[in-house]
Structure formats: C-alpha cells, structure tokens
Design a protein around this ligand. Structure first.
Ligand SMILES: NC(=O)c1ccc[n+]([C@@H]2O[C@H](COP(=O)([O-])OP(=O)(O)OC[C@H]3O[C@@H](n4cnc5c(N)ncnc54)[C@H](O)[C@@H]3O)[C@@H](O)[C@H]2O)c1
Length: 289
C-alpha cells in the first residue's frame, strides 16, 4: 500500500517514514522542501504547499492512506507568525480532507497535539483540525485517528530525560503510535478515535502523586544507582508526574510507549559508566530507536 505523509521532511515525519518503510509500506513524502539530509531512499518525494488545493490533490492522487503531519507549531525559532500557522494548519488540513474526499481515501491519521484547546492560535488550529476530522468521518465514513502527540522537539539529552516525567515523549514512540494508528484505520478497526501519545512509566499511583519524595527510591529500585545519577546530573524532579491513561490506545491500536524515565535512567547509567560526556548529546538520535 502507498501512504502519503504530509510534512514528511520534519522531525516527526522522517521518523514516521522510516518506520513505514520498515513495516513494508510504500511512502510518498510531501513537503514544501525535502529533508535537510536529502530525500529518504526508497521513498517518492513530492513538493507540496498545503495552502494550495492543487498541490495537495496531486499528492493524494494515487495513494491508499494519508498521515497528515504538515503544520507549523509555536516552538519554531525564529517564530512562525500566527497568520501562517493558521493558514497552513487550518486551510491545509481542510484541503487535505477535501482531497481525500475527492479521491475516496478511507484511512487517515491526523497529527493533533497536547496543545489542543490551550491558549494559543496553534492550540486552536488543532481543535479545528480534530473538528474537521469528525466532520469528514461523518460525511465520508473514513476511518480517522487523531493523535494528540506530546512534546518531542529535539533537545539536550538531560533535558529530554527530565521532560519525560512531564510532557515529553520519545520520537520513536510517536512514530510507532502513528504506524499502529495507520494500520488500525486501514483495517477499519476504528471509526473515529482520538488518543494522547505520551510516555508511560508504570509507576504506582502514590509515586506519581508525590514523585519528589518517593520518586528517587522507586527509581533506585528499578535501576540501582539512580539516586546518585539524579544527583550527579542535577536532574530536576517534578512534584507530580504527568501520566495519562493510554489503555484505550493499547486496546484499539495495539500500541504502548516504550521509552519512559526508567529507560532513560538505564541509558544514562551505561553512558555514565563508559565516562561519556552526556552534556553534549541531543535527542532524538542518541537513544536507540
Ligand atoms: N514536535 C512536537 O513536539 C509536537 C507535539 C505535538 C504535536 N506535533 C504535531 O506533529 C506534527 C509534526 O511535527 P514536527 O515536530 O515533525 O514538526 P516539524 O516542524 O519538524 O515538521 C513540520 C513539517 O511541515 C512542513 N510544512 C510547513 N509548512 C508547510 C506547507 N505550507 N506545506 C507543506 N508542508 C509544510 C515543514 O517544512 C516541516 O517539514 C505537526 O502537525 C505538529 O503540530 C508536534
């Protein structure tokens, strides 16, 4: 099957395209520009501006399913204007759904965000995107998954680890959730389904609620030496851990996250024992995917 990935040259898009190829799909990448490192081998690249209905129709024509990632978000540096965020995220998503209706696409994954509904133009664009998902599901019967990704913007390794306890998620989990959602919409296991895509630490409730006090003991139990690592690398612990119920996603998509704070601590321990300078590392690309 051939899958169109919009916004395919971005941080999430490239990881998702690699996972799609591994899963045996043909991939058409669509973006305003090719990936910085060049087009991924074995994929087709199509230049496409989501604000142009003709561009997106050309991109959708001939594929079996669509993963719609193309969007600007609020964390780009230098910043993208709210006008452009609105035009690409809202008009672009509308044009994508219209093209899917025109070409009879029945399997769609839409990249929403944890910023859904929060106080920014970007957050509003994801509300409208999910509303469009619902409307097109009702109008066309397409099977659609809305994935509210948590944060996977590239950042220094130690910050990445600490952020997993808050709103962070590893990019490989984002990619695996997206491919699992794609398989579910292709197989029509879901009609319209919305889920958060975040990490999961498997912590007892009491530890989640009082991580600052109980967390270091729990981490020590899971990964001996953690207490010392947390102190040595000055990892700032939150009072409470952000944790969502992801059981519906596991039941319906067969997906559950793989990289949590414990996996980060295991990785940090190995690097520490090898005397590596972790201060210069960045994620993604440093943890095994
Ligand atoms: N990165 C995160 O932490 C995060 C969190 C929640 C949701 N999301 C969502 O996930 C999706 C992917 O995010 P990402 O981090 O990979 O973003 P990214 O900025 O790395 O990639 C977005 C891609 O969209 C492309 N694009 C921009 N304008 C376009 C246009 N007019 N037409 C076609 N392509 C265009 C860009 O060239 C870029 O390659 C987005 O929808 C984003 O809102 C990301």
């Amino acid at each position: 099957m051939k899958i169109l990935v919009t916004g395919a040259s971005g941080n999430g898009g490239q990881a998702i395209c690699h996972k799609l190829l591994e899963a045996g799909f043909s991939v058409r990448m669509a973006d305003v520009m090719p990936p910085a490192g060049g087009v991924i081998p074995s994929t087709e690249f199509m230049r496409c501006d989501m604000r142009s209905p003709g561009d997106i129709q050309n991109a959708v024509n001939g594929v079996d399913a669509v993963i719609h990632l193309a969007a600007w978000h609020s964390a780009h540096q230098p910043p993208v204007s709210d006008e452009t965020i609105f035009a690409v995220n809202v008009d672009g998503t509308f044009h994508m759904f219209e093209a899917c209706r025109k070409f009879g696409i029945q399997a769609i994954v839409y990249a929403s965000s944890m910023a859904y509904g929060h106080g920014s133009v970007y957050g509003v664009t994801k509300v409208i995107g999910e509303d469009l998902s619902r409307a097109y599901h009702e109008m066309t019967g397409a099977s659609i998954a809305n994935l509210r990704y948590h944060e996977f913007i590239p950042r220094p390794y130690l910050e990445f680890g600490a952020r997993l306890l808050r709103n962070g998620v590893d990019r490989s989990d984002v990619a695996l959730a997206t491919v699992a959602a794609l398989q579910a919409v292709i197989e029509r296991k879901i009609g319209l389904f919305t889920t958060i895509v975040h990490t999961h630490h498997g912590m007892p409730e009491a530890v989640i609620a009082n991580f600052k006090e109980l967390g270091p003991d729990w981490c020590e139990l899971m990964v001996p030496g953690s207490r010392e690592l947390i102190s040595k690398y000055q990892i700032e612990l939150p009072h409470t851990v952000e944790q969502h119920d992801l059981s519906e996603a596991e039941r319906l998509l067969g997906w559950k996250p793989r990289v949590g704070f414990v996996e980060f601590l295991r990785d940090l321990k190995i690097r520490d024992e090898q005397g590596e300078d972790v201060h210069s590392l960045w994620v993604p690309s440093e943890l095994p995917e």
